[in-house]
Design a protein around this ligand. Structure first.
Ligand SMILES: [Zn+2]
Length: 474
């Protein structure tokens, strides 16, 4: 392992520059990532964020850190209440459906699960305690509507992360919705007094009958599980304001301590160069793409392969290319099983060393995945050349395979490559029959055999060594 825990740099939104990553406790990293609001199936923009976070976490683990990862589930907010009312089902039943769907989706995308997925509705007492502290310390007050608001002008650091101009705040202006635009920065609701629109969604607490605001949920849950100060908080750039600005204000006002050391935000996702929206008809959930027959691992590769701080343009062409890239990696690993040539004379060891340095150096540099993948594909090409010349020994092939598995612990796209040796003799016979048919220009028979192989899950490919086959992953 070339990478050391002290060589990692991340771009910190707080300072707008790359900083050497230094955890609070040596060898351990505590991460909080804003999870899904469970009122609908998650879309590919959501998954871009979750995949960036997965890559970050896998990289930290690869570097030897013990990572504690908390991802909340927002199962009470304006959107979930509206959704449950529209469907005419109780809130809990409504959100449980989308929670289940979310877990199915992250499994399909091979996202490493978080250690804990706290639900907002299970943490109302923690939120009430936090709000009471804010009232006691003079940062929160009750409005005439009965709701409790955070007073942004009382917190001198307000606006620091998102760079919003606090001088433009209208004194006393308030907002009770969970989401609002930047130009409307104003006192925001911590606790929302019950209104008839909330129906039967409310809690009777010391703060009165009502429900929490969205932002207080993440403050209460992150600090409960990770402590008052923790290492990394991630999320989409669209959550920087107001959500993360408000989380920071609430938490730091209550504790008097720094809330988070490193804030990492991923950029937006576009679809075919346009903002993704249901109105434009370019809105895709993971399920929409799976229904079109796309492989979730190709989707994973695609959403992960652009640097997280760059805008990402999703296209179906890109998705096809991603599938090709994943196939190339799998076929390469499969090919290693057959290697039994003579020693490369030190070439393999040199290529392995170079690939390791490039891949790890790139990932250490604020997760520069583009450069890391480029070095990986250079490596694959160089080794393929040696394999073509039959100058890779069995022992060298095992070393190469080991490196590929190490890279894949970070990428999560190759997985277990099956080599179906039992089937091999039968398939070899069919492949030879097809070759003979092709040579005899008997296209009909050649196509029929190809179709037969396809039903067996066998994929054929033309290589310099002639026709090769592999079993398609189920
Ligand atoms: Zn959050």
């Amino acid at each position: 392992m070339i990478s050391t825990q002290s060589s990692i740099c991340f771009f910190n939104t707080l300072t707008r520059r790359k900083e050497v990553f230094k955890p609070l406790e040596a060898g351990k990293v505590k991460i909080y990532t804003c999870g899904p609001t469970v009122y609908d199936f998650a879309h590919i923009g959501n998954f871009r964020a979750f995949l960036f976070e997965d890559l970050l976490k896998r990289w930290l683990i690869q570097c030897g850190f013990k990572v504690t990862h908390i991802m909340n589930l927002t199962d009470i907010d304006d959107k979930t209440i509206k959704g449950s009312q529209k469907q005419g089902v109780p809130l809990q039943q409504f959100t449980a459906f989308y929670v289940k769907a979310f877990f199915e989706d992250i499994k399909a995308l091979n996202i490493e699960p978080a250690d804990i997925y706290p639900k907002a509705t299970d943490h109302i007492p923690e939120m009430v305690t936090l709000i009471k502290t804010l009232i006691t310390k003079g940062y929160a007050y009750r409005g005439e509507d009965g709701s409790i608001y955070f007073s942004v002008c009382k917190f001198s650091n307000y606006g620091k992360m998102s760079k919003i101009k606090v001088s433009e705040l209208k004194v006393g202006a308030r907002v009770s919705q969970d989401e609002y635009a930047k130009e409307e920065a104003q006192d925001f609701a911590l606790w929302k007094a019950w209104t008839p629109e909330d129906g039967d969604v409310y809690w009777e607490t010391e703060l009165g009958k009502g429900r929490p605001g969205w932002h207080i949920e993440c403050s209460a849950m992150s600090m409960k599980y990770l402590g008052e100060t923790f290492d990394i908080h991630c999320g989409g750039v669209d959550n920087m304001f107001p959500h993360h600005e408000n989380e920071t204000a609430q938490s730091e006002a209550a504790t008097g301590k720094k809330f988070v050391n490193y804030w990492m935000h991923n950029e937006h996702l576009q679809v075919e160069g346009k903002k993704m929206s249901k109105r434009l008809g370019n809105y895709y959930t993971l399920r929409d793409l799976l229904a079109k027959g796309y492989d979730p691992i190709a989707i994973r590769y695609l959403l992960m392969s652009t640097h997280y701080r760059q805008q990402f343009n999703f296209t179906f062409e890109g998705l096809e290319a991603a599938k090709g890239a994943v196939d190339r990696l799998k076929n390469f690993v499969r090919r290693l099983h057959d290697a039994a040539g003579k020693e490369s004379g030190g070439k393999v060891a040199t290529f392995i060393g170079k690939a390791e340095v490039c891949f790890e150096g790139s990932m250490d540099d604020d997760l520069d995945i583009g450069t890391a993948l480029a070095s990986l594909f250079d490596f694959v090409r160089e080794i393929n050349n040696l394999l073509d010349a039959n100058t890779v020994s069995k022992a060298e092939a095992a070393d190469i395979g080991g490196l590929m598995m190490k890279f894949d612990a970070v990428l999560g796209v190759i997985g277990k490559v099956e080599v179906e040796e039992d089937l091999a003799p039968d398939i070899d016979v069919l492949v030879q029959k097809r070759e003979a048919a092709r040579k005899a220009k008997n296209w009909k028979e050649a196509d029929a055999i190809r179709a037969q192989l396809k039903t067996m899950g066998i994929v054929l490919e033309d290589t310099a060594q002639g026709i090769r086959w592999h079993k398609e992953k189920a």
